[in-house]
Design a protein around this ligand. Structure first.
Ligand code: G1P
Ligand code: ZN
Length: 553
């Protein structure tokens, strides 16, 4: 066997963020850069000889090259088998599904999620553990520690491996099994949702449009919506995955998914719209001329979960990230089940799901999911909404034309539970010093702000969110500044952990509105006063020179 130990030096900037290590493509293309990080993963996880690894990515630029390097390093590091998606492709939820279904030791996922791709775009890599979920902080910290003292990595000298044909090959005594990236995932979806009912809905004149944004979900959407559910061909768009996502920003929100948004707010709009991101774990849900916030989407799914066969027994509990609105908390209270508030990032949900404490979880950042895998899951959320719409249509079949629209479902939900009016304002690419200055200033103002009154709002408490994991007792601090008002409204300030350019400051705004007559209001209008307070107490304009967010969701 031709295993080489290559001498190398640490890079010192390989600290995984909210979701793995993300850098610009040229950073990953530096000699030894990817190899150092992969060796640091292998040194940390210490897989037993002969272990099986899952491997795949979202197909962005540099995916194929990285897959080849990782396969050769896995062979040199004693793995016995790697399950790799055909063409090097696996959506993030599909990778989680494969790790769990075939009980592999862990998995490596190549993705920078919703960040743009291409030669000057972003690339990323993360490790998922045997439960299918992102490695917990103690593992990512150990990977970082190893990356700072690495002196060599191991790699097999071999020709590139054929990735485009399904089948098995051998490199240096390690089996490489190229698998269909879609089928296991599509089977899992069919086991959770009422495909007959959705089939009926999609063939009854109800029109949907799913935008894969030229990212990884294209083949998954084609198989599920067109092949298995027989939806008309124009139910999907941008389904050909491209290495640079067609130059777009594959983030399913009102700003970046504008092509879909124009269709859904245009004339003759479809009844239902949805989009997913670069690696398939995010989702956006739209109705005709209507946007569902991710926080509300989680609440609606929770309230209607029993309509889907896979959730007919009910929901054990719900978890949401701290900045996500408390809409789900209201549903949990009604159902008499617990609702957990965790720090930002999917990795905090894994322990709760493994312990059977929660079934559903979600983040305001267009992430929704359940314990069927250990990642958020874009197409799963889309299918859940279609299942709910189909079930409601069926139960109203006697009353002619009583089909409920997305908007009607949302309005009925708010009438029952009240509305947590919600918006997030992002200030992207700020100079790091200025962004840190805003956070430090807020920190230093806690005493002064407590009890302060701003118009109809009074600040009850301020804190920096920290979380003690109820399962393993691990503590995560510095997870975002919370300004909590006496009426339950909130402003949260947080610095992004996924950006690659300067700093991104996120301001999360939430106000509770019980009055049905106010539920139709635009969120920006309803939140205007809180937005002003956020700018005032943070001194944002003075400190950053910005007076408007770059993205509003
Ligand atoms: C962002 C989102 C967060 C999500 C993460 C990965 O992280 O805010 O909810 O889990 O992407 O998709 P951030 O950039 O805020 O650290
Ligand atoms: Zn993603």
């Amino acid at each position: 066997m031709n295993i080489h130990s290559i001498p190398t030096k640490p890079f010192n900037d390989q600290k995984p963020g909210t979701s793995g290590l993300r850098k610009r493509v040229p950073a990953f293309q530096q000699p030894h850069y990817l190899e150092n990080f992969v060796q640091s993963i292998f040194d940390t996880i210490a897989a037993p000889p002969g272990a099986t690894l899952t491997l795949g990515g979202d197909g962005r630029y540099y995916n194929r090259e990285a897959i080849q390097i990782i396969l050769k390093m896995a062979a040199a590091n004693g793995f016995g088998r790697v399950l790799v998606g055909q063409g090097g492709i696996l959506s993030t939820p599909a990778a989680s599904c494969i790790i769990r279904k075939y009980q592999t030791y862990g998995g490596i996922i190549l993705s920078a999620s919703h960040n743009p791709g291409g030669p000057d775009g972003d690339f990323g890599i993360k490790y998922n553990t045997a439960n299918g979920g992102p490695a917990p902080e103690k593992v990512t910290e150990a990977i970082f520690a190893n990356s700072k003292k690495i002196s060599q990595y191991r790699i097999l000298q071999a020709l590139d491996i054929e990735l485009d044909a399904i089948g098995e090959s051998d490199i240096g005594g390690m089996q490489v099994q190229v698998i269909d990236p879609v089928v296991d995932y599509a089977d899992l979806m069919a086991s959770l949702f009422d495909f007959n009912a959705i089939h009926g809905l999609l063939n009854s004149g109800f029109r949907m449009k799913f935008d894969a944004m030229h990212a990884v979900t294209g083949p998954y959407a084609k198989e599920i919506f067109l092949n298995r559910l027989d939806a008309p061909a124009d139910s999907v768009m941008n389904v050909v995955p491209l290495e640079d996502f067609g130059g777009g920003h594959p983030d399913p929100n009102l700003t970046y998914a504008h092509e879909l948004v124009e269709i859904i707010y245009g004339d003759n709009a479809p009844d239902f719209g949805a989009a997913s991101d670069g690696d398939g774990d995010r989702n956006m849900i739209l109705g005709k001329h209507f946007f569902v916030t991710p926080s509300d989407s989680l609440a609606v799914i929770a309230a209607n979960a029993k309509l889907a066969p896979g959730y007919a027994k009910g929901v054990a509990g719900i978890a949401r990230s701290m900045p996500t609105s408390a809409a789900a908390d209201r549903v949990a209270a009604k159902l008499g089940i617990p609702c957990y508030e965790t720090p930002t990032g999917w990795k905090f949900f894994g322990n709760l799901m493994d312990a059977g404490k929660v079934t559903l979880c979600g983040e305001e950042s267009f992430g929704t999911g359940s314990d069927h895998v250990r990642e958020k899951d874009g197409l799963w959320a889309v299918l859940f909404w279609l299942n709910i719409l189909a079930a409601k249509q069926q139960s109203d079949a006697q009353q002619l034309k009583a089909r409920q629209s997305v908007e009607q479902i949302m309005m009925a939900h708010w009438a029952q539970f009240g509305r947590n009016v919600y918006s997030r304002h992002d200030y992207e690419a700020l100079p790091s010093d200025a962004a840190n200055g805003v956070m430090q200033h807020l920190h230093a103002s806690f005493n002064q702000l407590t009890g302060a009154q701003f118009g109809r709002y009074t600040i009850k408490t301020c804190d920096d969110f920290s979380y003690t994991d109820p399962i393993d007792g691990s503590v995560s601090t510095g997870q975002g500044i919370r300004i909590l008002f006496s009426d339950g409204s909130r402003i949260v300030f947080r610095l992004s952990g996924t950006g690659t350019e300067g700093a991104t400051l996120r301001i999360y705004l939430e106000a509770f509105e019980p009055d049905v007559n106010q539920h139709h209001l635009d969120a920006q209008v309803a939140l205007a006063e809180l937005i002003k307070i956020a700018l005032q107490i943070s001194e944002l304009t003075k400190r950053t020179g910005r007076d408007k967010p770059t993205v509003i969701t």
